[in-house]
Design a protein around this ligand. Structure first.
Ligand code: ASP
Length: 318
């Protein structure tokens, strides 16, 4: 079966997952994003690439950063942007997802940005939209958060220049994290030679070794000489039953503190997709310290989302 996000010329027409996305497409997105970064310094922060197009932001799950940066990105591409208030929309009256999409398509939508609690919802939409309509996954359930994965790769490339030779650690609640899944896929696609995953047994999914990552349960060991640390939030909303003794206990073993950070390389960078829980997965002095690039991630997210939307909108689905 053909990759559902590529057209028959191999061009990206939807962005649903980083799974199976060829390295040259990932690199093309990062290179395109790089051309958009300087736009933020200009007086007029706009380019006309999506002029006349209608972008619908459909967030069936909460979001602060992702939703806002998608909106800014679409506006900087000169699109008309519509943010749907889903809680007040027909979904709460029992309308199916596909009926909602058909109705919005009847309003001449060109691009849907979708966040949904159900893994696979953006795939389902992509299978049903008209050929000229594009879908971008803004996070689906536990499954994928491809634009977060891409903006994380942009941030790493910005600070470390090159992926070859890096050791990257992904730390915490990997089990429930769509960010971790997208990051691990992107890191391996881009040729990072050592990807480590660090967390308690109860928060790591099985089969990680098959993805080519090294698994650690001890932070001090796992952080030894790493170049990049990606911290994850404890996704309490997805935990069924008690997987952890207490947030205090978690912080003691897996919270990123100055003394644990001292194990990493002296120029290691610290990342976090947000929202951050200070004192649970990260100490405030680290989150606000010189190694943290957490706010850079947010800023780069705008350029990366501009790149994704302009690339998919430029590819035909016919
Ligand atoms: N904001 C990210 C997400 O939507 C990470 C998180 O919520 O912890 O997946």
């Amino acid at each position: 079966m053909r990759n559902p996000q590529l057209n028959r010329h191999g061009e990206l027409t939807h962005l649903l997952t980083l799974d199976g996305l060829p390295r040259d497409i990932v690199t093309h997105i990062l290179d395109t994003a790089e051309t958009f970064v300087p736009l933020a310094e200009r007086e007029v922060k706009k380019v006309p690439l999506l002029r006349g197009k209608s972008v619908f932001n459909l967030f069936f799950e909460n979001s602060t950063r992702t939703r806002t940066t998608f909106e800014i990105a679409a506006k900087r591409l000169s699109a008309d942007v519509y943010n749907l208030n889903i809680n007040a929309s027909s979904a709460s009256k029992g309308e199916t997802l596909l009926d909602t999409i058909s109705n919005l398509s009847a309003m001449q939508a060109d691009l849907f940005v979708v966040r949904h609690a159900a893994s696979g919802a953006p795939h389902l939409i992509a299978r049903h939209v008209a050929p000229h309509v594009h879908v971008v996954n803004a996070g689906d359930g536990w499954h994928a958060h491809p634009t977060q994965g891409l903006l994380d790769m942009y941030t790493i490339r910005h600070f470390k220049r090159d992926f070859t030779g890096l050791t990257v650690a992904v730390v915490g609640d990997v089990m429930h994290s769509r960010v971790a899944r997208s990051d691990i896929l992107a890191l391996t696609t881009l040729g990072v030679p050592e990807v480590r995953v660090i967390g308690p047994m109860t928060l790591l999914p099985g089969g990680l070794e098959h993805l080519g990552v090294r698994v650690f349960h001890d932070m001090y060991e796992g952080l030894e000489d790493v170049d990049v640390i990606i911290m994850l939030r404890l996704q309490n909303e997805r935990m069924r039953g008690a997987l952890l003794p207490s947030p205090q206990e978690y912080f003691k073993h897996y919270g990123l503190t100055e003394d644990k950070l001292a194990r990493a390389k002296p120029d290691a960078i610290v990342m976090h997709p947000g929202p951050m829980n200070r004192g649970v997965e990260i100490e405030s002095s680290v989150a606000d310290g010189p190694r943290a690039v957490i706010l850079n991630q947010v800023t780069f997210g705008i350029a990366v989302r501009m790149a994704v939307m302009s690339i998919v909108a430029g590819a035909s689905n016919d």
